[in-house]
Design a protein around this ligand. Structure first.
Ligand SMILES: [Fe+2]
Length: 402
């Protein structure tokens, strides 16, 4: 739906079609989603007073969420800070140590819970705040960390990844820092109930039997129970309990149906499933990010919220840093930087030739230059070419930001 909006009411995530009122002679050179606050400032400086937006292509603003499911803190982001304004190099260093510290914290928490001990919520509030702020400064850094694969510490990394994905999702939906941090915290704590599931079920190297799956399902109820003894808000408990519920009623533990599942739980189930599908596990290979998004979309509104899935895709982008792509030239390349102006033309480094099955001298591919003849064919999984994604990220991304 097309709608006219005053420039002062514009927000990040809105899809602008054209200028409708202006003091100057500004014209739109391209349509598109407003990716950062700088773009709004620029429109203002050009004397633009009003634009036409397409709400069907826009990332929803917080006030568009149904009021009955929205907590009261749905004010939009503090506009005094510019999003994605921090250089990747400095954010990457911070993100790396934040991610490692948070993983240690979660590992200790699971061990404490297994022993029946109590845990303190304070460190997680700090981690959630740190993650949300990092994502706001430059989402590429922590998003890159979610691409690292470690089968042995999946339990902890999955929780970190869901938290990061929810932080990114929240920023793109224009949520306040308070609400975004809350959802990030809920991501960190959503699977604590797994500490009450025996290791032989939790780490089974094969498909769970029907009875084992029934036990596994209880991690949601245990999770809510653990959190009810801690000083956390209801949304965090609700996400721990409901993140496996599906719109069709096929989820668990209670088989809730669409109208009983609020927007925040829907967001958490998308982030949770996306990370589970893309992860390499002992019983399944990793699946590429684009394939995972396609699988989520395939449920066509039956399990996940279609509208939110589309917004999730826009939030994380198809070619985020660390994504491996197959080029038309049959070379493999890794995304080393995103391109906010032209998201389909990220910075790439080619490093492998699939025809000769060997590494090649790394060379940059500049898709933004018209003389570049190579093009992206598809997103792939490094493991499908017997390549280790962790080593690739280490070599081509993390090493350059030491
Ligand atoms: Fe879960």
């Amino acid at each position: 739906m097309k709608k006219r909006v005053a420039v002062k009411d514009l927000n990040v995530g809105m899809y602008v079609v054209q200028v409708t009122k202006s003091n100057g002679s500004a014209i739109m050179t391209s349509k598109g989603v407003i990716k950062h606050l700088g773009a709004i400032k620029k429109l203002k400086s050009l004397g633009v007073k009003e634009v036409e937006i397409d709400t069907s292509k826009s990332v929803v603003a917080a006030e568009d969420l149904s009021p009955e499911t929205s907590p009261s803190q749905n004010e939009t982001l503090d506009t005094s800070i510019e999003r994605n304004a921090t250089p990747l190099a400095s954010e990457m260093r911070r993100a790396k140590s934040m991610y490692a510290d948070a993983r240690t914290e979660l590992k200790n928490t699971f061990e404490t819970l297994k022993r029946g001990g109590d845990i303190d919520i304070a460190p997680y509030e700090d981690i959630a705040k740190g993650f949300f702020e990092s994502v706001f400064r430059n989402q590429d850094a922590l998003l890159c960390m979610t691409k690292l694969q470690d089968k042995d510490s999946y339990l902890f990394e999955h929780s970190l990844n869901v938290a990061i994905l929810l932080a990114i999702f929240s920023v793109h939906l224009g949520f306040s820092k308070q609400l975004g941090t809350k959802l990030t915290l809920a991501g960190l704590l959503h699977d604590l109930g797994k500490s009450k599931i025996s290791d032989d079920i939790l780490f089974k190297q094969g498909k769970l039997s029907k009875d084992e799956f029934e036990i596994m399902k209880l991690h949601t109820v245990y999770g809510e129970d653990i959190l009810s003894n801690m000083n956390v808000d209801d949304l965090t408990k609700q996400i721990a309990l409901q993140h496996h519920e599906r719109l069709s009623g096929s989820g668990y533990p209670h088989g809730l149906i669409a109208h009983q599942i609020n927007q925040y739980v829907r967001m958490s189930s998308i982030a949770d499933s996306y990370d589970a599908i893309t992860a390499e596990r002992v019983y399944k290979p990793a699946i590429s990010s684009v394939e995972a998004l396609r699988l989520l979309q395939q449920s066509q509104g039956k399990e996940y919220d279609d509208d939110l899935i589309n917004k999730f895709v826009r939030a994380i982008g198809l070619y985020s840093i660390g994504t491996v792509v197959l080029m038309k030239s049959q070379k493999l390349a890794i995304v080393t930087d995103t391109n906010y102006e032209a998201p389909l033309k990220p910075s790439l480094t080619a490093f492998y030739h699939t025809r000769f099955k060997r590494h090649i001298e790394p060379s940059p591919i500049a898709l933004q230059l018209t003389r570049e003849t190579d093009a992206i064919e598809k997103v792939v999984n490094a493991a499908d070419y017997q390549l280790d994604i962790n080593l690739l990220i280490e070599r081509f991304i993390l090493d350059s930001y030491r």
